[in-house]
Design a binder for this molecule. Structure first.
Ligand code: FAD
Length: 507
């Protein structure tokens, strides 16, 4: 099938198809209003797509676009893989796995395996984390090379007429032009006034993931997903952790019953959760610091500032373009990630959509499909799967019970627990539950599945079925008849579904 590149505004450039630009039909031909500066590009190298940023949003765009036959250049000023591979998802989960392994050993005697008291060599875990990160980064480099993506090292800036400059890196100073440009500059950690990051006593996630030793005590400012994952990990390897959260509950955005499971587990393990509190400042003292919170003093070895991330859009050029950056720094886009400038898309953490690697991936896919003129439907952000890698884990997709009720929907809910599930008992992690939120039908029975919410063992690996159910708008009856292999933890999801038909099996 012949494909044309959509230059902008739904227009196709005749004579173009994926991976081939017909010189006879240059996108900068005078009759094409989307390319107003033909004179500046005489020495510039031309690509189908230029991508600025080599994190999940940028590299997904590059890999998917290259798979579709497009000639792509991707500019990265730091390390390939962006936040996710280097200072985000992957290192964070590796350190959480260290904590899980430590606990396995600590609890081994319950299984009759006498391994003694575990001791932790943090430097080995850090080296293992670095090895995994390096492996993934170099694998990504090979993948990009294999797909013939031109990877450029330097700072990319967009100018009028889809001209992109590269500077300050090993690729030297370059000018590129493209039929389409995708901006994927990602995000950086937010900081707090009065908490200057020194990487030793005050850290953001960037420093935390390489901290040289496990602290005896820590204050985590911010009880969101990342803050809670760090708190869970540190607590499991022996740190006395205090979470300081300004909002009334930790993990805002999760269904209240899911949050309750995590909260109860944290409290049982001695994590001090202080919600609705204002952190006023801190004063370094000896090797640690004293944090002032709500007028009280809290002595800790380290402070982990985990108050969200801000879009990394300060230095992207953009002069003379129609790209709009809002007051929070996000690039404004429409439903298929198009910016205000014709032929320019933006994806990932730099746009105001869920800041998740898998959202960045799919936005890259959508942008490429739109560039190819395939009219993609766009991402349904209300049904994105979310995973939280605390102990126990949490995962959800679709509406929480509160959101459904706020939307004026009548709902039926069901909670089924892991404490009677054979596999959960076998692995010694019986806490948690699966909660289904379904639309109430006129006869009072449960119909369409609106949300699936889980807290418990390995639920991040179990969410898939819930995601399909919500996204395919399955009903409870559709799901209840599916076979869940035995013994698996997904039997709890199956039990919740069959219970909603009014005929529970085990529950
Ligand atoms: P980024 O990954 O930030 O990549 C942007 C890249 O662009 C960077 O490499 C940057 O150097 C480069 N860049 C920026 N400007 C320029 C420029 N002008 N020129 C050239 N290069 C430029 N998400 C999940 O889905 N699951 C998780 O478990 C998860 N865990 C996380 C844990 C932590 C601790 C953190 C911090 C984040 C986590 N995330 C997780 C979020 C995830 O990392 C981000 O959503 C994802 O990395 C966003 O991808 P991106 O491509 O938009 O941006």
């Amino acid at each position: 099938m012949r494909r044309a590149i959509r230059a902008a505004g739904g227009r196709f450039l005749p004579g173009q198809e994926a991976g081939r630009i017909d010189p006879e039909v240059s996108p900068r031909a005078p009759d094409l209003p989307s390319a107003p500066h033909p004179e500046v590009v005489t020495t510039a190298e031309h690509y189908d797509v230029v991508v600025i940023g080599g994190g999940p949003g940028g590299y997904a765009t590059a890999l998917y676009g290259a798979s579709a036959g497009l000639n792509i250049a991707m500019i990265e000023k730091g390390k390939l893989g962006g936040t996710c591979l280097n200072v985000g998802c992957i290192p964070a989960k590796e350190l959480l796995e260290t904590a899980a392994t430590y606990l396995h050993v600590a609890e081994a005697a319950e299984f009759g395996v006498n391994a003694g008291d575990p001791s932790l060599d943090w430097s080995v875990s850090l080296a293992r984390k670095d090895k995994i990160v390096d492996g993934l980064v170099s694998g990504l480099g090979s993948l990009l090379k294999g797909r013939k993506v031109t990877v450029l090292d330097g700072h990319g800036r967009l100018h009028a007429g889809r001209k992109v400059t590269v500077s300050g890196g090993s690729s030297g100073d370059l000018e590129l032009t493209a039929d389409a440009v995708v901006l994927a500059p990602g995000s950086v950690p937010r900081t707090l006034p009065g908490f200057d990051v020194d990487g030793k006593v005050v850290m953001t996630s960037d420093e935390f993931l390489s901290m040289p030793e496990v602290p005896k005590s820590a204050a985590v400012i911010g009880g969101g997903v990342i803050g809670c994952e760090f708190a869970s990990m540190m607590s499991d390897v022996g740190t006395k952790v205090t979470i300081l959260e300004a909002l009334p509950k930790i993990l805002p955005g999760l269904d209240k019953d899911v949050t309750k499971v995590i909260e109860q587990s944290f409290k049982k393990r001695g994590i001090d959760i202080r919600t609705g509190v204002k952190v006023e400042g801190h004063r370094p003292s000896g090797s640690g610091t004293t944090v002032t919170v709500g007028g009280e003093a809290l002595d800790v070895d380290v402070v982990v500032v985990s108050v969200g991330r801000r879009p990394n859009t300060d230095d992207l050029g953009l002069d003379g373009t129609g790209v709009v950056v809002d007051e929070r720094g996000f690039i404004a886009v429409d439903g298929t990630c198009r910016t205000g400038e014709e032929g320019v898309w933006a994806v990932g953490d730099a746009i105001a959509t869920p800041a998740l690697a898998h959202v960045a991936f799919i936005e890259g896919v959508v942008a490429v499909q739109d560039i190819l003129g395939e009219d993609p439907p766009g991402v349904d952000y209300a049904k994105v799967p979310w995973c939280v890698y605390t102990r126990p884990e949490a995962a959800f997709t679709g509406m929480s019970e509160e959101q459904a009720r706020e939307a004026g929907l009548e709902v039926v809910t069901q909670k089924s627990r892991f404490n009677h599930n054979g596999r959960a008992m076998i692995v010694n992690q019986p806490e948690g539950m699966v909660k289904i939120v379904a639309e109430k039908q006129p006869d009072g029975s449960a119909g369409r599945i609106l949300g699936v919410h889980m807290a418990g063992p390995w639920v991040t690996e179990q969410l898939g079925q819930g995601y399909l159910a919500v996204n395919w708008e399955a009903t409870v009856d559709d799901m209840a008849i599916l076979i869940q292999p035995h013994p698996t933890m997904t039997e709890v999801l199956g039990e919740a579904m069959i219970s909603l038909t009014g005929r529970p099996l085990h529950g």
